[in-house]
Design a protein around this ligand. Structure first.
Ligand code: COA
Length: 189
């Protein structure tokens, strides 16, 4: 556990050479069993053409990778309006470095890049106690259907954030993800 709060964190685009360090972070964050599945998911998404454009960011301190986030492309089925959207998954912070705002910095770094790219909506399936701290709101009640049904008891884990004011409320529909994420096993929150 790192107790120092005077730690400088940098957020930058992940390089190919970061992959082993990213996988270490994922195993530390999620534990060995689930971590291996998440690590495989990251590799598959990075190689998935239907996931492009991909934003893969690392958080580093003293040149050590301590966090990672991936955003991949999504589409809104049957939407008349043409705009880009993305999904945040997965997000991992090394267990020794959690609770210091690193997850938040990775999310914000990705949202800034997506906004600069003209992306209008960002989805996430995750902890409803966590992502609202960074601007996400419930997606189902705002007309966005997940690729696979989310059980009612976890409905609030399906969230969205608009990066262009006014998009939420003006579009509805079912979200289509990259082929890799388009598997029911990734939607059992
Ligand atoms: C979730 C995770 C990415 C957060 O990273 P982090 O750098 O610790 O997050 P931040 O410092 O930005 O925010 C921490 C705050 O978020 C909240 N939080 C963190 N994890 C949470 C969780 N699982 N559920 C609800 N709230 C959570 C807490 O309020 C925490 O505040 P605290 O430090 O006062 O306790 C990190 O804990 C992690 O990698 N966990 C394991 C993997 C995982 O669950 N990934 C997300 C999948 S949706």
């Amino acid at each position: 556990m790192i107790y120092s709060t005077i730690m400088s964190i940098q957020i930058r685009a992940a390089l190919e050479t970061d992959t082993p360090a990213i996988l270490d972070v994922v195993l530390s964050a999620f534990g060995n069993e689930q971590g291996q599945e998440i690590a495989d998911l990251i590799i598959d998404l990075l190689n998935d053409r239907s996931a492009q454009p991909v934003i893969s960011l690392v958080a580093t301190t003293n040149n050590r990778v301590v966090g990672h986030v991936l955003f991949t492309s999504t589409r809104l089925k049957q939407s008349q309006q043409i705009f880009s959207s993305a999904i945040l998954a997965p997000l991992s912070v090394h267990s020794d470095y959690q609770h210091q705002g690193i997850g938040g910095k990775l999310i914000q770094g990705g949202l800034n890049l997506l906004q600069a790219m003209g992306v209008g909506l960002v989805f996430v399936l995750g902890h409803p106690g966590y992502y609202p701290k960074y601007g996400f709101v419930a997606a189902g009640t705002r007309g966005f259907e997940a690729p696979y049904p989310i059980p009612p008891e976890h409905a609030d884990a399906w969230m969205v954030q608009d990066l262009k004011p006014g998009i939420i409320g003006s579009v509805l529909g079912k979200v289509e993800c990259a082929d890799t994420l388009n598997d029911p096993k990734h939607w059992q929150e």
